[in-house]
Ligand binder design. Structure first.
Ligand SMILES: [Zn+2]
Length: 166
């Protein structure tokens, strides 16, 4: 059986998802999308511990993702970084069982087409998530820790920070 590996996009890292049980991997471009100091420190120390590996996709995988987007008929809004991250998951399929951790719907859609498993950062049932999230007092919608506003974008109620246990 192939080894499991988590492929993290910026939302995964900012959301506090760095697995201690399995390998984590991302591309260099994702790191430059991480602006908040707390996440930068978390990534740096995970890199120092060898818990996060940085790797780039191969050209074949990039072409495969490009084709899938063109053939999908949908207008998928994927940045170059997003496409490279998806392509990295394609590259990894040869040697690993990649699981992409992302809250980005466009990325999730293209992963569906490519039949690569994924999970949301804030989805229930993820045992290895730790860090902070924000929750609306009204409708209980969950937001990533770096959500900038004090009010819920759905119902306008107050949003508060909550610690997620590991
Ligand atoms: Zn709300």
């Amino acid at each position: 059986m192939k080894e499991k590996i988590y492929v993290l996009d910026a939302s995964g890292i900012i959301g506090g998802f760095i697995s201690s049980k399995h390998k984590n991997i991302t591309i260099g471009g994702v790191l430059s999308e991480i602006k908040d100091l707390k996440s930068q420190i978390a990534v740096q120390s995970a890199m120092d511990d060898g818990k996060i590996i940085i790797k780039e996709p191969d050209t074949d995988s990039l072409n495969q993702v490009q084709n899938a987007i063109e053939n999908s008929g949908d207008i998928l809004r994927l940045s170059e970084v997003d496409m490279s991250l998806v392509a990295l998951a394609v590259t990894l399929k040869k040697d690993y069982h990649p699981l992409v951790v992302t809250d980005d719907y466009s990325i999730q859609n293209i992963l569906k087409i490519l039949e690569i498993p994924y999970q949301s950062v804030l989805s229930e049932g993820i045992r290895e998530v730790y860090g902070w999230i924000k929750i609306c007092r009204g409708c209980r919608k969950k937001y990533p820790a770096d959500y900038k506003w004090d009010e819920c974008e759905i119902c306008g109620s107050n949003v508060y920070r909550k610690r997620i246990k590991k």
